[in-house]
Design a protein around this ligand. Sequence first.
Ligand code: GLA
Length: 381
Amino acid sequence: MEPSRAVLNSFQDRYAAPPRFLAHAPGRVNLIGEHTDYSDGFVLPMAIDRAVWIAFTPLPGRTVEVLSLDFNERLAFDLDTLKKDGPGWVEYIKGVAWALEQAGHSLGGWRGVVAGNVPVGAGLSSSAALELAAARAFASSSGLEWDAPKMALIGQQAENEWVGMRCGIMDQMISACGVQGHAVLIDCRSLHCQPAPLPAGTVVVVMDTATRRELVGSAYNERREQIEAAARYFGVVALRDVTRMRLENYLHDLDDLTGKRAHHVITENQRVLEAVQAMQAGDAGAFGRLMNESHASLRDDFEVSSLALDAIVECAQGHPACYGARMTGAGFGGCAVALVRADAVDRFSADVARQYTERTGLEPQMIICRASAGASVSVLT
Ligand code: GLA
């Protein structure tokens, strides 16, 4: 059953009344611009037709009660005595409540049922989707005005300071600000968004390698520290402010590792801007070449790919229906993404899945994604 239907049915069964609201927030796939958001750089993700839904009704007091259908667990917490309770899905909801209260909002409670179909831990931002769906639930039950970029910042703060993952702003921004049928160029400094239509006759295919990397948090934080060290070396707030020419002039002074990391970020920012131009020109071939270059840079300079990601990307890049392919998200496992000719997408999916299995013994999931709108809420009763 579709999760949106499942949460509505389950709410009705449990409380013998329909929910007042249905919140929805999508996962995302990033087309290009990887590990650039925390350098105030550019990213080009799209929200996908995989999401988290919360069916809920406001409660008079300050208690939040949530049943997760995916984890088969019902948890409750009090907004007056918020405290961290180790890892778990409800911490993302609590973290959003905490960040909203920190921002000066006084929240009301609610009870609800949550479920989603964004694969967890695959690099498709199931956590940002949960954060933004929770933000929608708190906004509706507490009468808060919905300001999408502000709510994205709330989600990021929840993840940074409550959950303890130092993520950038990309995932929350695209879950909040997605545009149907479009990828969105996000300037991660100003949070300005510019929708860019996918080239005609192409589709985006997410390729889940069926591998997950446990230590992604520590490797991610280590990359952030390296990038911050590079910014300090150049005396700038963020690597966004270093041009490629300046980097090349100073490369011999930098240690090898810092030089490689900075090289990825600075060239990737440039690729994102070129990719938007390619999209505006409807040039799928140019866009695909930039995706391929992005993958090589993430593999060789930023060193966040994996054998499984390289294998699936190579299978995709070698296929005649593919314009380009790269790993997507934080890396080390999870998903890659390909831009594919729409009229040959079934053939592409079957061929790449078969070749990848022959090479690795793993069974990938091929997900054809449609670009979707950002977080929303419907009033039901
Ligand atoms: C994760 C983070 C994002 C971004 C990507 C890499 O998804 O949550 O903020 O840094 O990795 O581009």
